[in-house]
Write a protein that binds this ligand. Sequence first.
Ligand code: UDP
Length: 535
Amino acid sequence: EKAEIRKTLRPLFEATSNDSGSAMKFIRSRVERMSERWIQAGLRMKQSSNRTSSTQMRVLLYPGALAGSVGQRFEAMVERGGPLGELVQWADLSACLTILGHNLTFSTSQRQLSSFIGAAPGRGSCPIQRPLTFDLIYTDYHGLAHLQGAMGLAFQHYQCRFRILDSFGTEPAFNLASYAHSHGYKTLWGSWGLQPLQYMTMFPHTPDNSFLGFVSEEAVRKEVREDELEPESYGKERIAVVYGKQDYMWQGKSEYVKVISEELETHATVYQPPGHASNIPSFIRNHGLLTQEHFLRLLRRAKLFVGLGFPYEGPAPIEAIALGCVFLQPRFDPPHSSDNNDFYKGKPTTRQISSQHPYAEEFIGKPYVWTVNVTNSTDIREAVRAILSTEVKSFTPQEFTCVGMLERVHGYITHQNFCSKSVPTWPPESALRVHLGPLGQSCVSVCRRSSLFCEPALFHHLNTLAAFSRLGLGCSSTVQETNHLFPSYSPWGRHCGLQLEPLLFSCAGSDLSYRRLCPCRAHLPGQVALCPDCL
Ligand code: UDP
């Protein structure tokens, strides 16, 4: 059966109606608030349809972070300033799949998970494995462990159907257990040995993974199609909103915040536990944690959204920019990484985080985003004054609109097949632009420097000696090795290295002694996940 675009989100509300936790409440209220935009976007997609239709998938959504004992802790934090970014993403993914016409089951219960996918009790101690009734299972790292517990041996057999929501990304070197172990890439999270593209990130920072994203919210303006929305400058007041839901995020930032408050009336939405004195300076107007709707209303009035340095890479700055705010954020020099930072420590990535929100910095930039050295009061003051004297309109990158997310997720569902044993066929080879990187550079940056995007699914086309000679490289010797830096060229001795293990094809890998062969491709304007002519 073909998946037909739906004109309603009712099936999703039905699928989530018997979960009354605060996380699911957040998810439902977000989907409700945005439902009109989703439906309009679906209609638009239907009209312009020249894309391949996909078969209707039976999909299980299982956010492991909301299940079991971890789930209880998470639930308790939802109304106390805990992380909401994941919930934003689960809400938008579920809405997106519903509009695309797929058949959804949404569960946050570990017990229910076992009843869906666990082995049936057999005779004696020998359970009987039933065939999996889901074509796709979206989960997270916590959920993976639950799935493994529930499925037993069938886990391996069905893992190609899993999709892992993984905000910060998992690089190939950390993903392959044996390699991670012997090469110093072992972390708390990695080592599941899935295809790297099965991990789905919040922002397009790790092209080895699939970029899932979310939809940046704007207040619903009825009867208006997304593409007809005039970017507008809302009636702005001279106010700033500080980004940071919890007290501790403000530590050591008083000088920075003070400079800002001298230029604009400064507001905050910091959760305040009843009966506790706050550490927020008295010149700040703190509203306490707001519902998402009220938070967005506040952003609408504000001119400036102020990053404190934490949380990293969340959705809020994208929303703020979509509502016409300028985002001011700290530059990190030296960059934060798993080597020097507690938050990134143990995360399966070698990324160097150059500011609180690298996507905002690199993909959006001025006039919407200002990245400054916040230890220098003069720099801050100058930036704020410059911002106050410019009129900035609202801006939403295409990939963070409903249409953008529908197209992207549709593309993945239609074309990504990790259960097939053959080499990937999407994107097609015609999309390939081979680049030879300089020493020490990863393919992520090599491609980006040419305004292209690294596409790991194209690596197998360059993993041949013919690819080296087409680049004019003569090999005095060739090795074929399990090495996340290959294929690459080593100028000393003119060694050519070919990849032996397809799971280790890596856009992220870099090393001072290698020039990487990079599979770059073009992308649609404002939508890095998709190439022109690939849908
Ligand atoms: N948010 C909210 N109330 C507030 C502040 C933020 O509902 O007082 C929402 C905001 O709209 C955003 C979400 O919280 O969509 C996640 O925000 P953030 O960027 O802080 O990411 P997190 O660290 O929570 O994952």
